[in-house]
Design a protein around this ligand. Structure first.
Ligand code: HSE
Length: 328
């Protein structure tokens, strides 16, 4: 029985979700893949913080110590922010680790470079959890691209914004109270500015653009608004007319190869496919040459949906490893 040594960088909502699922599904993963997954180290910023018990796991605030303590096979990264994460993951790749990230800010900017490094080192980078929470949108697009061509992607990509808009409409909740609830439920970022300004959805859109079209538009050309400008009275009065605000991110490609993107609140009617997407759910509509429109809907944030997206990356990595063993 082979053992896979795992390190988790960051132990907030998402890092804890990964740890919990790896423990809860340890046996199932072993039965399915043949690998015994051992979480050996967790990197945290503040050692004094109270956390759930993690017996047998080294908790450290020192990345070098983490790499020196044991041979790590897979690094799960769930740190907030662009830096120093990119440096951490570059180091992990250089040490021959597969990396699985949920970090949108880092990946929107450095994803192509990270993927290049990984190819050079013969390791894999999983980034399913960067975009649309538990919806398997990255894998779906990767599969589609093998035989199809994507023209447009439109979606609700920020769970916090959708949750707040839904609470404002259904319960006449004040913006601040709805945001507070989203924070308590672990949907919002520690600093929710990126959620409500549209930045978080913008970054996810850039990740989708890179994957679907092989490039991103110039960031400054993408019009970006958040839900912070939507006022309660507008939400309620729209509701009385059977209209709903949705925070929608959209990217499209034309025959000349130019890419157009926009992110912001949009008023939609019951005939729109995103009308019924309420609460923390995200939705992504992918328009392709052969398929027409494909819509995926599911939880866009939270400990278990995001954690499970990262575990699906792990399973993919292990499946590839098994295939390589069979063919070598
Ligand atoms: N704060 C993010 C959201 C978390 O609300 O969508 C998931 O990326």
């Amino acid at each position: 029985m082979s053992t896979i040594n795992v390190a988790i960088l960051g132990f907030g909502t998402v890092g804890e979700g990964v740890y919990r699922i790896l423990n809860e599904k340890k046996r199932a993963i072993k039965e399915r893949t043949g690998y015994d997954i051992q979480v050996v180290s967790i990197l945290v910023r503040d050692l004094s913080k109270t956390r759930i018990p993690t017996p047998g796991v080294e908790i450290t605030d020192n990345l070098q110590a983490l790499f020196e303590q044991s041979k790590i096979d897979v690094v799960f990264e769930a740190i907030v922010g662009e830096t120093p994460t990119f440096t951490y993951l570059t180091e992990a790749i250089n040490k021959g680790c597969h990396v699985i990230t949920a970090n949108k800010a880092m990946f929107a900017k450095h994803g192509p470079e990270l993927l290049k490094q990984a190819i050079e080192k013969g390791v894999q980078v999983g980034y399913e959890a960067t975009t649309a929470g538990g919806i398997p949108i990255i894998r779906t697009i990767q599969n589609l691209l093998a035989s199809d061509r994507i023209y447009r992607i439109q979606g609700v990509l920020n769970g916090t914004s959708n949750f707040i808009l839904t609470k404002m409409r259904q319960d006449a909740a004040p913006f601040k109270a709805a945001l507070h609830q989203a924070q308590e439920l672990g949907y919002a970022e520690a600093d929710p500015t990126d959620d409500i300004s549209g930045m978080d959805a913008f970054r996810k859109l850039m990740i989708l653009s890179q994957l679907a079209f092989g490039k991103q538009p110039k960031w400054a050309t993408v019009k970006m608004d958040g839900i912070d400008k939507v006022i309660a009275e507008d939400v309620l009065s729209a509701g009385r007319k059977d209209l709903r605000f949705r925070h929608i991110a959209e990217i499209s490609w034309d025959e000349s190869g130019e890419i157009f993107g926009c992110v912001g609140p949009v008023l939609i009617g019951a005939d729109h496919p995103l009308y019924g997407v309420d609460g923390v759910d995200n939705a992504v509509i992918v328009e392709t040459e052969y398929l027409g429109a494909l819509t995926l809907i599911g939880p866009g944030a939270g400990m278990y949906p995001t954690g499970s997206a990262m575990i699906s990356d792990l399973l993919q990595i292990l499946a590839t490893r098994n295939r390589e063993l069979v063919t070598s």
